[in-house]
Each structure stands twice: as C-alpha cells, then as structure tokens.
Design a protein around this ligand. Structure first.
Ligand SMILES: O=C(O)[C@H](O)[C@@H](O)[C@H](O)[C@H](O)COP(=O)(O)O
Length: 221
C-alpha cells in the first residue's frame, strides 16, 4: 500500500514538474498551488528533487489554517519542510497568513498578495477530506456558499468540523489554472470520490465544484 502511494506521489510529481517546465519555456514565472493535510507529503518530497528552474516558480497553498507558521497544524510549515528543500528551495513561497488574530482581518492583505502572482496557475493540486471538502470549502461551513460563488481571491472560513479558523482560495480562483489534479489515497476517499462524481450538489460535497471540468485523478489504495 505504502509502495503504491509512493509510486503515485512520484507519478504526480513528474506530471507537475513537466507542467512547470512546459510553462516556464513560454513565460517568465510559473505558479503552483498545492494543498495541505497529510496526503501530499510524499508528493512534496518527490517534487522537491526534480530539476527545473525553481527560481522562476511561485508556490502557494489552496488553503491554510490560521495558526503561526511554526504551529504543528500549519500547512506552510509542511510545505517548507517537505517541498522547499533541495532544488525546490529556490522557489518563492507566498504565505496565506498575516500577523492578524483572525483570518477576517488578514484576508484582504492575503488576497492582494496572491492576486499579484502569475495566474492562471500552471497547476492546482487539490486534496479531499472524508466529508467531501476540498481546500477549506467545508460542507458544514456558513461560508461555503461564499467560497463557491465569490469572485474574490480568498475568504475567511470557520466550520464546526474544524477547530481553527482558516483561509481558503475561492472556487473562482482555484479554477484559474492550466491543469487540475486531485490527489487522494485510500478506500474511504475512493468511495467518497465515487459518491461525489455521481451527483451535482456542491453544497453537499464541495469537491463537486471542481468535477465539471478536466481534472486528473491521482488515487492509490
Ligand atoms: O489544510 C487542509 O486540510 C487541506 O488543504 C485540505 O483541504 C486537505 O486537502 C484535505 O483535508 C485532505 O487532507 P488529508 O490529506 O490529510 O486527508
């Protein structure tokens, strides 16, 4: 099982590295949007070692927990530790947090910072939770509707199912990419993906908001 997840991570890393190389041949900078959580770690490690002109790559997250960057739940910390190493250390990371106490206070500054990057992104890699959420678009969040419909870059999110406030890129912003990937692992996620794929209502399972157009599914047991 672990071997298959490692092989999957390597295949995804090769596809994303190739996407970045391809775009860097045509444009001066390329943007990569990754997800946090536990699934991406082997992918980050596989991607970090690929040779490409990382000095022209900008990296940000699809969403972030509103915690300090040295907090154990920080997605930024995960990216710094597992992706911004080796050749990929030359990439520029753009944080989704500020020194403000709450995501509501920082969202404007973060949105301006992220809007200034080279959109459309070369690749957006999404994950999916066991409840069908993606990025921080949670089915039980009062901000779900906003996240699915706003044309703003990012929004502050709270949800009963998660303990910390979050900041999430909006659906509108996350679809602005040349390529989309969904990276998931395990039988539970396969079953959830099958359920999501079989229906339409993104308010029930937010990942559905990304299944209406091309998205490459990377799944392993
Ligand atoms: O910060 C986060 O939690 C995410 O970006 C989130 O949307 C993640 O992709 C899913 O929750 C899957 O997480 P796992 O990989 O841990 O199952």
């Amino acid at each position: 099982m672990q071997d298959e997840r490692t092989r999957l991570a390597q295949a995804l890393a090769e596809a994303v590295a190739e996407a970045l190389r391809e775009d860097l041949a045509q444009q001066s900078r390329a943007l990569l949007v990754v997800s946090g959580g536990s699934t991406p770690v082997p992918f980050f490690e596989a991607l970090a070692g690929r040779e490409l002109d990382w000095s022209r790559v900008d990296i940000t997250l699809a969403d972030e927990r509103w915690v300090a960057s040295d907090h154990k739940d920080s997605n930024e910390q995960l990216v710094r530790k597992h992706l911004l190493t080796g050749p990929a250390a030359a990439a520029s990371y753009h944080t989704l947090t500020t020194a403000d106490d709450a995501p509501e206070a920082g969202v404007h500054e973060v949105s301006e910072r992220i809007a200034a990057l080279s959109w459309p992104a070369s690749a957006v890699i999404l994950g999916m939770g066991g409840d069908g959420h993606t990025a921080s678009l949670f089915p039980d969040s009062p901000q779900l509707e906003e996240g699915l419909t706003t044309e703003a870059v990012a929004l502050a999110v709270h949800a009963p199912s998660v303990s910390q406030g979050r900041i999430s890129l909006s659906r509108h912003r996350l679809i602005q990419a040349r390529r989309h990937f969904l990276h998931i692992a395990g039988d539970d996620k396969r079953a959830m993906f099958a359920r999501a794929f079989g229906g339409e209502d993104a308010r029930e399972l937010p990942i559905r908001a990304f299944l209406g157009e091309a998205i490459a599914l990377y799944w392993a047991p």
